[in-house]
Structure formats: C-alpha cells, structure tokens
Design a protein around this ligand. Sequence first.
Ligand code: BGC
Length: 741
Amino acid sequence: MKLLRNVLAVGMGALLLGSCAKPKDAMEVKIDRLLSQMTLEEKIGQMNQLSGAGLSDDMKNQVRDGKVGSILNEVDVDVVNELQRIAVEESRLGIPLVFARDVIHGFKTVMPIPLGQAATWNPAVVEAGARVAAEEASAAGVRWTFSPMIDVSRDPRWGRIAESYGEDTYLSTVMGVATVRGYQTDDLADPTAVAACAKHFCGYGAAESGRDYNTTWIPEAQLRDVYFPPFQAAAEAGCATFMCSFNDINGVPSSGSKFLNIDVLRNEWDYDGLLVSDWASIQQMVPHGFCADLKDAAYKAANAAVDMDMAGYAYTSHLKELVEEGRVSEAVVDEAVRNILRLKFRLGLFDNPYAPKQDHPYYKEESLQTAKQAAEESAVLLKNEGNALPLDGGCTLLVTGPLADSPRDQMGTWCFDNAEGERAVTPLQALRQVNGLRVMYEPGLAYSRDRSQAGIRRAVQAARRADAVVCFVGEEAILSGEGKCRADLSLPGAQTELICALAATGKPLVLVVMAGRPLTIGTEVQLADAVLFQFHAGTMAGPALADLLLGKAVPSGKLPVTFPTMAGQAPVYYAHKNTGRPPVDVAHIDSIPVGAPQFSVGASSYYLDAGGWPLFPFGYGLSYTTFEYGEPHLSTDLLTESGTLTVTCDITNTGIYDAYETAQLYTRDLVASLCQPVRQLRGFEKVLIPAGETRTVTFELTPDDLAFCHADLRTYAEPGEFQVWVSTDSQSGKPVTFEYE
Ligand code: BGC
C-alpha cells in the first residue's frame, strides 16, 4: 500500500511538472533560481498562511525564520510594513509576505453585498466598486482579497447566498469577471492592484438543504454546465488565485480533490495561479471522514495540489515528514511554491514590498458616488400599485421600521473593516435631508427580530398623522453570510405585525426590504402599495433609496435570484427542467373538498400550498415607467456550426420617465440527449430608453452558447430546434424558434 502511495505521489509530481512545461520567461527563471536556494523547511514555510497576531514575538520569529508565506487579517499598515521588513531584510532569502483579507464588497466605502451588485445587472458599476475596494485595501497593505465568491447559489436558505451573484451561471460569470478586473486591473504590479480569489472551488453553493458546509452531490455534467463556467472564466480572465471549498463534492472534500484541483484546474484550464485552502479546510477533511488525522490530511491536500494551507497547520506540522517518507514528492512541494512565488512576483512584491506611506484614500467623493450608484441600481421594484411611488416630495412622511436607521445592518455581511457602518448614510438620515419633505420617525421595532408591541402602537399612531408611510424592514446583517442559514425565510420578529398594523391605517404604504437573501414576503407585498427590495446596500444605501423613493432616480434593478413563495420550495430557480408533468390545474390545499378522490386534483409538479411557481422570478424588476417588447427578430432561422445568429428586439418606453431596462436573452433546447432547462440566460443588455422612445437591443448567438455537457462529458451543441426569448424577466415574453444543424 505504501509503495502504491509513493508511486502515486511521485507520478503526480511528474504530471504537475509536465503540465507546466512551457517556455520559461524571465519571471519563471527567477522563480526557479529562488526555489533552488530554498530549504525544504523554507518551502513549507511559503505554503503556510497564518492569521495575523500583530507584532507578537512568535509572529516576528516565524517570519524571520521563513516559516510563513502569507498573513491574513492583518490590516494595521504599520504592523504590515514592519512584518514585511522582517521578511525582506531579516529572513534568509528575503522573500516578501503577501497580506490577505476578506474584502468582499468594500473595505471602508462599502458597496452592496455581491447579491445586490448582481441585481444591478451592470458589470461596469461592479468593476468600479471592486476598484474602489482595491484602492482602499491596498493602502492598508492588503494585496490579496478573498473575493469574488462565484458559487452559483440557488438556495435562499444558505446564508452565503448574500456573497454570491445569485442563481445563474451566466450572470455569475459576467459579474465575477468584472470583479476580478476591478481588483486586479491590467497590471497586478500596480501598488493599488489586489489579487482576486475565485472561490469556493467548487460546488459550495449546492450545499444540501441550504445548510452551510453541507455535503454536495453534483453529477459531472451539471458541474460542467452550471458550476464550473464562472471559475473557468475567472481563470481565463487572469484571476490570480483560487480557493478550495469547504464541502465534500461527490464524497471528496475539495481540499483533497485531485479531480477538481489537478485534472480540471491545472490540466484542463492550464491555471498557473495560487490555490489556497479555505480556513482550516485541510484539517477539516478529518471530521469529513476523508482523512484519518492531520498528517493524512496534509498528505491528501498536498497531493491534490493545494498550494497553501490557510490557518490549518497541516503542512507546517507534517509536510516535511511526508516528503522524507517519500509520500509527497518534493516536486509537488516545488510546484506549490512556484505558484506562491509567482503570485508574489506578479504583485511586484519583490520590487515594492511595502504599503506606500500616504494619506488614506478612504471615502473619496468618487468612491461614495460609485457606492451610491451601485446601491441605487441594486434596488428592485417588486410592486407599484397605483403609482404609489415615487412619493410626493411635499408630503408628511412617516419613516418607520427597524432598518430605517441602522448603519450597521445596511452594511450587510463580511464588513470586517467597517462593521459599524462608519460614514454610512441611513435612509432616515437621507430622507431628512430632502427639502420640502416633512419626516416623522417612529422605528416601530428596534431591530429585525424585535417582537415588542409598544413600538408598533406608537408607529401606528404616527402613521395616522402622516400622508404616507415608508416602512424599512428586512434582516439584520448578522442573519446572513457564512454559517447564517435560515430554514424559515419570512421576515423575522414582529415585522409582519408592524406591516399589518400600518396597512390597517389605510395610509399609502411603501415597504423597503433590506436583506441578505430572498425572503418569503408574499403577504407583506399584498398589504403594501409599493415594495422596493434592496439587498444590504452598504455605505450609500440611504441616499440611493431617498432618490428612488422621491423619483430623482428610477429603479432599474432586476432579481439575480428567484424569490420563493414558501421556504419549502427551495431550491427554486428559473433554469429548472420541465419534468414530465409540468404544473397544470394547480389546486390550493384549502380548495380541496373533504373526501376528494385521489386524482381529482390532478397530479402534476407543484405544491398544494405554495403552487407551481415562485413569488417573483429571476430577472424580475419593475420601473416607474413601462416597457413594451416587440417580437424578437432573427437574422436566420437556421444556425450552422460555424455560423452566428443575430437576435434583435425593439423595446419601447411607454411611460413618462426616462429609464433603464435590462433586456434578457434566453434560449431553450427543446429536445436533447440530456433534458435541458426550460430557459437559460445567454446575454443581457441594460439600456437607457427615454420616455416615448424605442431602442433596439442586439445579441449574437453561436453554437457555443447552445452547448451543454453530454453523458460522455463532451460539451457541444446538439442539432435540433431551439426557442429564443428577449424578455424583461425569466418568465415573460413570447419565444421564436430556430433550428441548429
Ligand atoms: C470562508 C472564506 C474566507 C475565509 C477567510 C472562510 O471561513 O469560507 O470565504 O475567505 O474564511 O476568512
């Protein structure tokens, strides 16, 4: 058995070396030269990422002794520069450290959570937001962020859906690439550039039952169609690093997966960036039941080409021994160290190791404007009965609800460097600045889980004196993000009671929901005249919402994820398969006569209580204006193997506001050797259409856009009939058909 392992380990080393046999450029030559001077201990040191501990003696000694390659969570620039000085001047080889941090949606100036960024359907503003984050974080010495999280996420129970770009592969791909570009620019060596990290590779968003860290079982064809594309695109866009996911996938934890990390990432995608474990995810292969102990975990992770151990001590504790025993070849270690050194060279750290001394670039006016634009475009108008919005700017307005004035909560999850909402402008503060508007404030509830009744009574009394009511409800920041899953997706606490009581006053009622995930708000939507949904939107949530509520801006956000009617529908997503019995004659549980015969209410694919469809579909979002879509026009109804099909569609703004509309291109492969989804997003365009005018959107489709992974794991388009839609969301529009031959 031991012999077999040796053969495997050595064989894998050769495989890895083989995959990198490219002509060597100057940087690779430098890497080789450095590597040839390193002891095994120094190599293992590079593979070790530690959590910051200030300038403790232990940390200084480890850096001096070359026992650490990277430090995460150290953002005091003086500490960063001093540790870097020790690494560069006092360690034997002077290899710089790389400092990492979870800068997920902003460092000081905070953008909407990634789910909200996806709701903008505007990659340019997403890229600009990442640029702001990189400028601010790099000033603190952070040159590596653990973002973007491009896990396709189809389960709103999963707390980390907040960090994702939602349920769709194409949208996640576009947003992921935009984010990478924003962090890295074209030149990683620019001192304001920050290495991005495509995470979590792979399948983490498919955690069974939406419970964090849970197991996943994903057939390879589905991995290739749904979960891989954002990662492959990130690799192609030059994303400098990747991170393993915590979950096991088809029985193998990602940190021990040769399939993911070697066969796919290194060999198929030819990736030469750094692969870091997740926090102690190597160690966690023991409780997963995949490794016997920490040594076994180090053995499996190293041989699965995980370059760096984040805070897990598996490599520092056991890798030397494993190499000496011949169970991990030194070539495997060398390859990992090469990837690590390559990142440091690419970041220019050998030439410019220190964070420049400068006035901090936080909260620059342009940065705040970017945050405001992102927040504004991220808000999705779900309902606007009787044009309740925009509000009359001269009215007496009751502002109420636990999210109206909660800077901390509007920041959302993962705001390590601005958790209290420093410089955040809340909706209450912003509305109070509006000239002519008379604002009364009565929070009703102190926080989203509050159940006290006294505040509700006060809010109702105040509502009676107001012309209109805007109620800010949702989730506190702590209710979404890592390890923050919910089985019940309703508004927490007594928020629904607050809304019912306000609605009973008969005053025009506008709800603004600020949350980290889709919520089951069907009842509340019915009670309100208008509903704006904004995923936690960061520093400038307040000014953005004030402009939207008063009509200085027009909502243009679209849902990046399906909203279920009831939590029990999850996972629920638009790109589902049709089944052999799509929903027909949907009966409601309360409508079934007592003693009804078994099949009297039919037998198709729906829920007796939640029906056959979600509350709001993917891509949905209204405007203060209305748009009319013409029929899509195809350049040909026969697409050939080397051909391109051009799809055009006229969209007319039939209302009175100039506004943006995001036109969405969907296709469906009607008959295929593996059943295909009922619709798949293939493109989108966000276009400004002045009131009364028409604009034409144009998309191009090639056979690559229609390809799917087959049972033999080859990806190509199958000849046959296809439908195509250009529509305002994933449920509407009339398809036209074409043939692919
Ligand atoms: C998360 C990662 C994160 C890492 C470092 C882990 O718990 O899963 O997404 O980057 O911690 O903080």
